[in-house]
Design a protein around this ligand. Sequence first.
Ligand SMILES: [Zn+2]
Length: 390
Amino acid sequence: MHAPEPVTATWGFPTKVWFGAGRLGDLPAAVRQCGATRPLLVTDRGLATLPMVAEAVALLADAGLTCAVFAEVKPNPSGGNIDAGVAAFREGGHDLVIAFGGGSGLDAGKAIALMARQSRPIWDFEDIGDHWQRVDTSAPVPVIAIPTTAGTGSELGRSSIVTDEARRRKIVIFHPIMLPDLVIMDPELTTGLPRVLTAATGMDALAHGLEAYCSPVFHPMADGLAVQALRMIREFLPRAARDGNDLAARSQMLVASGMACVALQKGLGGMHALAHPLGAQYDAHHGMLNAVLMPYVVAHNMPVLKGRLADLARCLDLPRHTDAAVLDWVLSLREELDIPHALTGMGIDDTHAGEIVAAAVLDPCGFTNPIPLDQTNVAGIFGAAVAGRV
Ligand SMILES: [Zn+2]
């Protein structure tokens, strides 16, 4: 594939994106451009100890901007984490959120900014029907998103996933104003990511692109984004996993993950419908769950995707232009990235099958699966993924 050398760029699609190695240095200018002076940087506990967070805070301090850090965010952010972040935001008199990190920091930061101005509980804004219209939009808190992984793409998304621990459910919180006001995509921030996380987060981006592409919703613009993201992931994910310091590969993956997330405006499918309850039950890595589930969901959907997957195989320049070639590619890529073949490889068996399947059928992300999901077929997919039977 011909891919131009990644350079510094400024885009307005779908929101302002400042792309380029070293652009974290532009953070103070970004805060000022959003009209703020007292940012709250939201990230997870693990990242908070890394030099990049200290560097961001120091950059802001040098520019005369007072920044506090809120890092009480679990890998799967909980409603309690969001409440604590809102309290920190209000007590500190902050006027902007810097959502910093992988999916955890980004989703938590976006949710904290949304909830900072609401009087209703967060669960009232679950992505069901027109619940998003309950949001008070009179005084939105601006958000600058800074991704440190190439996977979730949440920096270009309009929702956050928050775990309701009482109900052991992952809830999609959605509102158009949750799209960050400005994104700093600095691929240097992703170079330190360990191989296993590079693989798992990259496979999450692949899941977004593939599920969006397979969704039956009419949205050719999203299809275009999905296909191009998948082409970039096919070429650059193995490279990024082989050599974490390959800045060109990291750059392409960072943009591809954002594009795949924009594409998922078209909807997702069975991978995410199952990954959400499994993540809530086992506190397992979201991208890794999607990676393991992927071939079982593709195989299940294949009968209604005749020709469509073959088209994708052609766009991806796979060795054969057939529907099955896409499944073969997924299987070989997973093997190359050392992704477990079955859910048992992640310590997941069928102990909670009943609850998992029931929750997956209700998950709104599954509503756009190419074959409508029900108890029977989801139980079949889950059973195959536990047994490793494609
Ligand atoms: Zn995902």
